[in-house]
Every structure is written in structure tokens, then in C-alpha cells.
Design a protein around this ligand. Sequence first.
Ligand SMILES: NC(=O)C1=CN([C@@H]2O[C@H](COP(=O)(O)OP(=O)(O)OC[C@H]3O[C@@H](n4cnc5c(N)ncnc54)[C@H](O)[C@@H]3O)[C@@H](O)[C@H]2O)C=CC1
Ligand SMILES: O=C(O)[C@@H]1CCC=N1
Length: 278
Amino acid sequence: MSESVLKSLSGPVVLLGAGKMGGAMLEGWLKLGLPADKAVVLDPNIPAEAAAALAARGVAVNPALADIPAPCVLLLAVKPQVAPDALPQLSPLVGPGTLVVSIMAGRTLAFMSGIFGAGAAIVRSIPNTPAAIGRGVSVCVPGPNVSSAQRDLATALLGAIGIVEWIGDEGLMDAATAVSGSGPAYAFLLAEVMAEAGAAAGLPPELAARIARATVAGAGALLDQSDLPAATLRQNVTSPGGTTAAALGVLMNETAGFGPLMVEAVAAATRRGKELAG
Ligand SMILES: NC(=O)C1=CN([C@@H]2O[C@H](COP(=O)(O)OP(=O)(O)OC[C@H]3O[C@@H](n4cnc5c(N)ncnc54)[C@H](O)[C@@H]3O)[C@@H](O)[C@H]2O)C=CC1
Ligand SMILES: O=C(O)[C@@H]1CCC=N1
């Protein structure tokens, strides 16, 4: 479904911001068959080499706005903080057939319709960086003017980089951002702190880093491939009275363990999302 939707678009997909997330999304679309001449990148800071490589593949990089045909999609992948300066100039591009998709943390549907007009079709979404290997998670909420065909189009665009979850309540987006948008950083931090703890326990630091990284990656792959709940996979490691139980006694402490700490972390990220709302 994704492939046929992306291969048969009537107008271009315009990407604003070709950084980590925008760049990964563009690669996903091209891989799934979006014709390169249907992709337009707008990013004043794109490195010359990257711009030349995209242009060689047929992608239009930083054309004059007046030269861009009516877009099917305008995908907003700039930082939320630059949105008030970067978005208004794009307003003339947004016509009745244009779907605006934002991946900016915090920025609300109301903020975007304030720029693109109350009639604009807008999807607010939050992907995550495993998008770079096609293993992203995107949570999306549609604005009131989004047609079912445009929802399918957003699913195709975000589905090119991983799984897509739709929600109906925009009020949940900051919490979703705190879990899946920011979540990969928590998993990477786990690999970092396990390595540091291994070194503190006497392992050569490089060995500790290698085995911690491979362990987090292997556990993630097992979680992915198994049908068992995470709690069962955890219990399968934990011999009664053994080493894991000793560690989990610390990590699962009801007041100072991982659980309450994660609640605090997700709450902090959720609050920050609300601050970025604008
Ligand atoms: N990095 C992540 O894990 C995630 C990021 N996001 C959201 O994605 C958006 C982009 O984040 P990243 O890709 O991480 O940032 P990034 O810094 O890698 O990319 C932002 C890009 O925007 C470009 N840019 C800056 N000003 C511009 C302008 N006026 N016009 C066009 N392009 C401009 C920059 O040159 C850069 O290439 C943010 O809004 C962020 O909240 C969402 C989910 C996950
Ligand atoms: O840290 C951020 O604000 C962005 C949104 C989710 C992940 N990175």
C-alpha cells in the first residue's frame, strides 16, 4: 500500500529540514519508490556534498519557492524553536490539495493552523531515530481537515521509516513523544551506564562498552522477535537467589529504582513538550 501511494503522487513531497529525522525520512521514501523528481528539499544549511548527492539523484534542493509545483505533502522537520521563522514563508505553497505533516516535538495543530490557515489539512506526528534503519515508531494525530486519503498518505510516508500508530487525542502527543520520540535515548543511555558500571566493577572499559552495547542490542532484538511479554523475558533471565535477582533488587526498588525514575523522566519530557507547544 505504502509503495503504490508514494509512486503515484500528483505533486511533490516538500521536506523542510533535511537533518537527522528529515534525512532518514527522505531516504525511506526514495527506497519505497517515491520518484526522486517528486521530492523537494528545503534546508539552507544542508552540506554542499549532501545537496550535490541528492541533486545527482534527481531531488530538487533549495529551489525558489515560486518554482515548486503545488505539493501533495509539506513535511516539517525543522526544530520546533525555528518554526515561527521558517514556516510562514511556506504558507503560499499550502493549497487545498496539500497535506502538512509535522514531526516537530511540541508544536500543536493549533500552532500550525495559525500559520497555514484554519482550512489546512495537518497531521501532527512524532517519529524516532531508529527510522534511520527502517525501525522507527511514529505516533500521529490528524487535524480536523485531514481526509481519509490524506491519512493513508501520511501512513505511507511515516510507514516508510517504521510502524505508525494513530491516536485521536492530541493531548496525548507530548506523553507519546516522551516515550517513543525520546525513548531511543533512554535505551542508548542504558548501554552507556551499563558500560560505566562494568568498568567500575573492574572490567577493562572497552570490553565493558562492547559487551554492554551488544547486550542491549541483543535484548532489543529478542524483545522484537519474541511473542513473550517483556516481563516474562526478564523473568527468564532471573534465577531465584541468583545474580540477576540481586541486581533487580536495586533496579526495581519501589522508591529509588528504575520504575519511579522513569516516571519522573517521562513526566519531565512531557512537560518540556508542552513548553515547546507555542
Ligand atoms: N531527533 C529525534 O530523535 C527526533 C526529532 N524530532 C523532531 O524532528 C525535528 C528535526 O529534528 P532533528 O532531525 O533531530 O534535527 P536536525 O538538527 O538534525 O535537523 C534539523 C534540520 O533543519 C534545518 N533547518 C534549520 N533552519 C531551517 C530553515 N529555516 N529552513 C529549512 N531547514 C532548516 C537544519 O539545517 C537541519 O538540517 C525537530 O522538530 C524534532 O523535534 C521528532 C522525533 C524524534
Ligand atoms: O529531544 C527532542 O526534543 C526531540 C523530540 C523527540 C526526540 N528528540
